[in-house]
Design a protein. Sequence first.
Length: 366
Amino acid sequence: MKVTLSVLKADVGSIGGHIKPSRALFDEVKRFVKEAGKNLLIDSYVSSTGDDVAILTTHERGVNDEKIHKLAWDAFLAGTAVAKKQGLYGAGQDLLKDSFSGNIKGMGPAVAEMEFEERPNEPFVFFAADKTDPGAYNLPFYLAFADPMFNSGLILSTKMGKGFTFRIIDVAHTEKDRIIDLNTPEDIYEIATLLRDGERYVIESIFSRSTGGHGVSVSTTRLHNIAGKYTGKDDPVALVRVQGEFPATGEVLAPFEIGHYVAGFMRGSHNGPLMPCPLNVTVSYFDGPPVVTGAAFCVHEGKLTEAADVFDHPFWEHVRGKISEKATAIRRQGFSGPAMLPYSELEYGGVVEKLTALDKKFKLRD
Ligand code: 13P
Ligand code: 13P
Ligand code: MG
Ligand code: MG
């Protein structure tokens, strides 16, 4: 059967700053999805990563379905009402529009979706990251789908040996989606050229060249492009189908061992290493470090198994230790150089205002 996976994610309020949603908020979103989704969804799974709540749904309505998007929007509104009642920080933070207008994309919440013919066995991983933006997935997904140093399946599997098509979106272009399709292995230098700039060029999808199957879908919203000002980081979600014509689960996870530096961290204005963490993790040090979680499932006739927590394993404890060292290493240089994001990405108005005021005081020497 043809199934659609839709994950919709928003920060609608959290305890003690940008740390985690309250139990009451979380339970309300879950209750709402269950009740309102009765005749709409086959299955659902609600989770949190840092201060973000994600609603993963399965259904047969295809991508960009108005009813599915409205269900999530209304669930986030219900969560916001609880957040307001409890006086949570940033209640309704990611709901940038006053009323729902047909598609949740461009309204604040992050969305990743894919529709496909279910394979007899259909494993996939749902990733969610907090205190970073969609470009955070560029490097790990490039390495998992294009580099045999991380994915030896590219040389062991004839299906994967045919390569993949990367669909990359220019997130700076807001009037209309501006996208490009590039193929591995022949276009890997072109792909790398774009992906090095994760604030502008973001992997939106990856397709198998052997079967045409849709393997990856990433949320590509940039909140500051919608709101015109800082309203929180664009904490991204992603769906990745695994095995068969796609990488094995462990091949997709392998590049996350790097803990590469990504944009985000405190006030969405710094660079910090991405730390793979167990499900429902919170953030801490310097409102970070940026975290990513992974829930692996099998889906059959739209029904989800229980989640397997892919980063909850002794191996990743060692990795988290190394990544903590990377986090303190860059933090020790405070505001200087690459510790902070460039001017174009500084999301708080303060720096911009200060520079404008200082500009008038500069003098030209004769
Ligand atoms: P199993 O032999 O455990 O099924 O593993 C096969 C495989 O491809 C692991 O990546
Ligand atoms: P969020 O985008 O997760 O809400 O974090 C915002 C922030 O300013 C953290 O310091
Ligand atoms: Mg927040
Ligand atoms: Mg967040």
